[in-house]
Design a protein around this ligand. Structure first.
Ligand SMILES: [Zn+2]
Length: 110
């Protein structure tokens, strides 16, 4: 990459998710909505970057993997995840994955 290369940041790629992930106090109901959105290829973080188009699921293995990873973070195996878990633990995991995804998206899909 040349040094003048500027990435499109997460808040531009995924403005809605960027807002959602900044919510500090997530209610049980909001948590359910977030889980549902993250479980759908068109409304998850990757889906939003592709503006609601889910063709990446067939076209880009890496994006497919990111969508699966984001989903598995939010939709954990716990039967009744605590909203507190989501706020304190799970968003940290998401925040670690976001720069990797943003790098990939900028390099391959911009
Ligand atoms: Zn991709």
């Amino acid at each position: 990459m040349i040094s003048t290369y500027l990435q499109t940041p997460f808040e531009t790629l995924c403005p809605e998710w960027n807002k959602t992930l900044q919510i500090k106090d997530i209610s049980q109901d909001e948590h359910k909505v977030i889980k549902k959105l993250m479980g759908d290829a068109t409304t998850c973080i990757v889906g939003e970057a592709f503006k609601g188009n889910d063709e990446y699921f067939n076209d880009c293995y890496e994006c497919w993997e990111y969508a699966v990873k984001f989903n598995s973070i939010v939709n954990s195996d716990k039967p009744n995840p605590d909203p507190e878990d989501f706020r304190l633990v799970r968003t940290d995991e998401i925040q670690q994955l976001i720069p990797e995804f943003v790098n990939h998206f900028n390099e391959v899909h911009m």
